[in-house]
Design a protein around this ligand. Structure first.
Ligand code: AMP
Length: 174
């Protein structure tokens, strides 16, 4: 199967959740067992030799491939969640989204200095969400950080928010 076939299975919903947004619906990507296996194989090949110890998934669509990847890489899984969801002490970062503002949190004891972290989310739009996630991980302090998205909306230039030396991998580009 090709990346082009994966791309074709992402459903575009115009004007959702607000007018002007071309919403990329990943439910049509995930409902195919073949797609799930393909994405898992591709991502495992990219990351299996990087020594990843923790996969950090961003709520909520980062909670789908995130744990799958963690199992494949023999790493732990750490959820990064919206405010009020995590029960223990957290660090928080506020950020701007393609539509609206938001904040994310991580447990203060979720990562340690020896961790090699892969932060995963479904989609890169303006990059605000992932930059907040990256800043939270950096605040805790880990050995190395990798970033992965399934989908990138290239016109929004989210890539440019990140330092050039961070390895960012994206499977499907629109
Ligand atoms: P951003 O912070 O602008 O990069 O937005 C990325 C986050 O918002 C991801 O968690 C996506 O799930 C969601 N998101 C933003 N824009 C879209 C879009 N056009 N289609 C689907 N999800 C989106």
């Amino acid at each position: 199967m090709s990346l082009e076939k994966l791309k074709k299975s992402v459903r575009n919903i115009p004007d959702f959740p607000i007018e002007g947004i071309q919403f990329k619906d990943v439910t049509t990507l995930f409902k195919s067992a073949e797609n799930l296996c393909e994405m898992t194989d591709i991502l495992k090949n990219i990351y299996f030799e990087k020594g990843i110890t923790k996969v950090v998934g961003i709520e909520s669509r980062g909670f789908i491939m995130g744990p799958i990847l963690a199992v494949e890489l023999s790493a732990g899984f750490v959820p990064m969640r919206k405010p009020g969801k995590l029960p223990a002490e957290v660090f928080e970062e506020k950020y701007e989204k393609e539509y609206g503002t938001d904040a994310i949190q991580i447990h203060q004891d979720a990562l340690c200095a020896d961790d090699v972290v892969l932060i995963h989310d479904d989609l890169l739009a303006t990059g605000g969400t992932m930059l907040a996630a990256y800043n939270l991980v950096k605040r805790i302090g880990v050995k190395k950080v990798y970033i992965n998205f399934l989908i990138e909306l290239e016109d929004l230039n989210g890539h440019e928010l990140f330092p050039k030396d961070i390895e960012i991998e994206t499977l499907i580009k629109f």
